[in-house]
Design a protein. Sequence first.
Length: 128
Amino acid sequence: MFSHIMVGASDLERARSFYDALFAATGGKPGRMDEKGRLMYFHRGGLFMVTRPINGEPPTPANGGTIGFAMESEAEADAWHKAGRENGGTAIEEPPGYRQGSFGPLYLDYLRDPDGNKLCALYRKPVA
């Protein structure tokens, strides 16, 4: 459904430290800069990008927006959350764990990145 997700950042090196740690916690590779100065992460078939806003204004997080990252296990979600907290992210909402959703139980970990973007690690147990 989506081709990519891009968020704004005020400090790309700070963002690189944060997102490199998040992606490393899930087996991903460090980000790389493209010719336009955007930080790019290719992982599990998706493309996640970080950039300074092209209009020159300060970056702002989406009000009501959340970017969800699919996890392969509870342990991977927890490693992602820990890496984020240790690299400039802020834990938000309820502590990591299962919550009952309209599609069944979901294991969720929420963070804000250093620029305030809301991120979620989501693990859904396979249906037996």
